[in-house]
Write a protein that binds this ligand. Structure first.
Ligand SMILES: Cc1cc2nc3c(=O)[nH]c(=O)nc-3n(C[C@H](O)[C@H](O)[C@H](O)COP(=O)(O)OP(=O)(O)OC[C@H]3O[C@@H](n4cnc5c(N)ncnc54)[C@H](O)[C@@H]3O)c2cc1C
Length: 454
């Protein structure tokens, strides 16, 4: 490096942007000028912790997969170990055909490895079909990608798709299995199929993760806001809020970013459509590669109920497709998390909105709270009036990893490689979960730091 101060910008102040800023600080040192530009009036994007009744609740992402190392490691790195908590280990339920059922076990995102796991959830014809599946001729094209619904429906039938797979995939992507591709959402299954599995049953069995003693999920005791604050304190970026980045063009060896000015390099930590809009002029091939990534909108209603309301002793309730219920899932937060069970209220989160059905998200707070109460009463019989409630809307909240997504990601990577000093990161690349966002932010920041410091 010369004596000149390195100046970089991160566009987008969600968790991806804040991790990128923190990694850039680690790698470029105390003197680097690091600016985070955020369109909204707050940092955090889809991570948001708000007060409800007697304490904080997360109304965006509420947890992370703890079997991936990125978030637990980040929490430890930032000295937040005492914030790391895990679920109590209670099982979720599925609401299907107007009744509650145990969540099937030994499945890959709801795709059963044997008929017993979905017994009681699907009819006897479907069970017989699952039994016969291994001996039914199977045609898998290793060059192709298909949506999860087509694959599972063609082998196990529609009931497995709607009652077992959709509720699980819907929880992760706010989509249905029709809008999610096998290769991006279920890479281990795709690998088993490409490797010559002779049936879907055989492929699911091969792809099931080995039982692991550790907890599957984690979260932060006082909410994701704690992580956001710690990232900001450790990265010390200059932050500009209410400032949508509106223009990006080459400026000598670096870039001109409106509203920051000249920078040596940029990390674009944006949802795909926002990234596409920003780079359309300066990097058309990059914009083209990411143009067709669609997003699903959703709304979260968090309810604080009296502790004697009678909420079931389960971690949550997922809803099968086609039920006459607005909600797609409930997290029974005080049952799921031991640290929330200590509160003076019982916390429940109801989620609304699926890909292609965004209208519900724009109902008023009063309507959404009334829907959440009515839906909770339908599935649990709990009709107690909440002592507090809050609504969060997530327009274009979750990218849909549609069939062919891995090809799109490869095209994005190749287009970005041709744009010197620009890196991209975020949920539309290698997975929508917070751990995948942390990983993509770290990769992008490391590449940019090497470029601008080199
Ligand atoms: C309701 C919901 C529940 C979820 N639950 C979980 C969960 O439990 N576990 C899990 O792991 N994941 C969960 N996720 C997914 C996860 O939260 C997100 O994928 C992740 O937070 C995305 O982070 P990000 O920083 O990449 O994007 P975002 O959070 O979308 O941040 C991008 C930021 O860019 C800003 N921006 C947009 N355009 C511009 C512009 N032109 N200039 C400047 N800034 C701009 C936006 O305002 C936003 O703040 C959930 C998502 C939602 C919506």
């Amino acid at each position: 490096m010369t004596g000149r101060r390195v100046s970089v910008a991160v566009v987008g102040g969600g968790v991806t942007g804040l991790v990128a800023a923190y990694r850039l600080r680690q790698q470029l040192g105390a003197d680097a000028e690091i600016t985070v530009v955020e369109a909204g009036s707050r940092l955090g994007g889809k991570l948001r912790t708000v007060p409800l009744a007697d304490g904080p609740v997360d109304v965006g992402a509420e947890a992370f997969i703890a079997r991936r190392p990125e978030v637990s490691e980040l929490i430890a790195e930032l000295g937040l170990e005492d914030q790391l908590v895990h679920p109590a280990g209670r099982r979720p339920l599925i609401w299907s055909e107007g009744a509650l059922h145990p969540l099937p076990t030994r499945t890959l995102m709801g795709i059963p490895s044997d008929p017993q796991s979905v017994a009681g959830l699907v009819d006897s014809e479907t069970l017989a079909r699952i039994v016969a599946e291994p001996s039914t001729p199977f045609d898998w094209d290793p060059a192709a990608d298909v949506d999860v619904a087509s694959l599972v429906g063609s082998r196990f039938g529609e009931q497995v798709v709607r009652r077992s797979v959709d509720p699980l995939l819907g929880g992760v992507y706010s989509g249905l299995s029709d809008s999610i591709g096998v290769r991006a959402a279920l890479p281990a299954l795709a690998a088993a199929l490409d490797g010559g599995a002779t049936s879907l049953t055989a492929a699911v069995t091969a792809a099931l993760p080995a039982p692991s003693p550790g907890p599957v999920f984690g979260t932060l005791r006082d909410g994701y806001g704690t992580l956001l604050d710690a990232l900001r304190a450790a990265g010390r970026p200059h932050t500009i809020l209410d400032a949508p980045a509106a223009g990006l063009r080459r400026d000598g060896a670096g870039w001109w970013l409106d509203p920051v000015g000249h920078v040596d390099g940029v990390v674009l930590a944006l949802p795909a459509p926002d990234m596409v809009r920003l780079v359309a002029g300066a990097a058309p091939a990059l914009a083209d590669a990411a143009r067709n990534i669609e997003l699903a909108s959703s709304a979260v209603v968090a309810l604080a109920l009296p502790t004697d309301a009678g909420v079931p002793e389960n971690s949550g309730i997922l809803v099968a497709t086609g039920e006459s219920l607005g909600a797609k899932a409930f997290t029974l937060s005080s049952r799921k998390w031991p640290h929330l069970a200590e509160r003076t209220v019982t916390l429940v989160r109801a989620s609304y909105g699926r890909f292609g059905d965004a209208a519900v998200v724009d109902r008023s707070d009063e309507q959404l709270i009334a829907m959440a109460r009515a839906d909770l009463e339908t599935v649990t019989g709990v009709s107690t009036e909440p002592v507090d409630a809050v609504v969060a809307r997530w327009h274009s909240g979750l990218p849909q990893l549609a069939p062919g997504h891995l090809d799109r990601v490869a095209a994005i990577a190749s287009a970005v490689a041709d744009v010197d000093g620009v890196e991209v990161a975020g949920a539309y690349l290698h997975g929508v979960g917070v751990p995948a966002c942390v990983a993509s932010a770290t990769t992008a920041a490391t590449r940019l730091a090497a470029r601008v410091a080199g």
